[in-house]
Design a protein around this ligand. Structure first.
Ligand SMILES: Nc1nc2c(c(=O)[nH]1)N[C@H]1C(S)=C(S)[C@@H](COP(=O)(O)O)O[C@H]1N2
Ligand SMILES: [Mo]
Length: 262
């Protein structure tokens, strides 16, 4: 086929595309078939699909595995913005206008030492820099260089207790006029993973507002929608039942997979 590469995509690339399609599958069905989403069996189909995806993922990649890292030469010319590009929230706008000097990350829930962090305090935590590829279910990818505090270092300080099962990330951006905000969650395995960062720099510069300033989550073996931008608070919980629609994230509440591993 002229103009088409004959190179076979690497196994990992094919798996990534498949998982991306699976992760979005439930949501596009929901969007396309509004009537179906109101029948009793439909949520069960989605729940079943999630279990299959997670089981398949665990079978091919151990949970502790590192996501692929790249070189400076691989960096995308620019890292695009997706979803919210500038939160429509007066408190956030005031923080941004002050260079985020007044920003505080609140950490609470099932932890022995709840506390807040200023940006300087987050920057003082043990950090990591990594060049990784971000894959969005909408069909684009970009390679960027991220620097941030290791979430594991924050865990060492706040000490989640034995009943903590998930970290929930609450964001500044409203998604509608009813007070719904973007949020996301990960389990404690991913929270402890060395590549899981509270990122404050992108491509050697302060994280731009369009990409989640002042803090955005990087959880490198998962899809783009897990990487919460504009993180204002982190809560440690044992279940999602009292949060949003109870599925663990803004997009999950609308039908996306909770476990978006790649
Ligand atoms: N708070 C918040 N986080 C978010 C989103 C968003 O709209 N709001 N979009 C998600 C999606 S779908 C993707 S692909 C990435 C996009 O990150 P970027 O804007 O840095 O490209 O952020 C994710 N995190
Ligand atoms: Mo995305």
């Amino acid at each position: 086929m002229p103009g088409r590469s004959k190179v076979k995509p690497a196994e990992s690339d094919r798996r990534r595309l498949l998982l991306r399609a699976l992760a979005a599958g439930g949501a596009s069905l929901l969007a396309g078939c509004d009537r179906l989403s109101r029948t009793a069996w439909f949520p069960e189909v989605l729940a079943g699909a999630e279990k299959v995806t997670e089981a398949a993922q665990r079978a091919v990649t151990p949970r502790g595995a590192m996501a692929q890292e790249f070189d400076e030469a691989d960096l995308s010319p620019s890292f695009r913005s997706n979803g919210t590009a500038n939160p429509n929230n007066p408190q956030y706008q005031a923080l941004a206008a002050g260079g985020f000097a007044g920003y505080r990350l609140r950490v609470f829930g099932l932890v022995d030492h709840p506390r807040s962090y200023s940006l300087d305090e987050i920057r003082a935590l043990p950090s990591r820099t990594q060049i990784t590829r971000h894959d969005c279910v909408e069909g684009w990818s970009a390679i960027g260089k991220w620097k941030g505090a290791r979430l594991s270092a924050l865990l060492d300080e706040v000490q989640p207790n034995a009943s903590a099962r998930y970290a929930v990330f609450y964001c500044a951006d409203p998604m509608d006029n009813k007070g719904t905000r973007y949020y996301e969650s990960i389990d404690m395995d991913d929270a402890h993973h060395p590549q899981t960062l509270l990122a404050y720099d992108l491509n050697d510069r302060r994280l731009p507002v369009a990409n989640g300033a002042p803090i955005r989550l990087r959880v490198e073996r998962q899809l783009g929608y897990k990487m919460a931008k504009y993180v204002m608070a982190i809560e440690f919980v044992d279940s999602f039942k009292d949060i949003g629609a109870g599925k663990g994230g803004y997009w999950e509440d609308l039908g996306y997979e909770w476990y978006a591993g790649i």
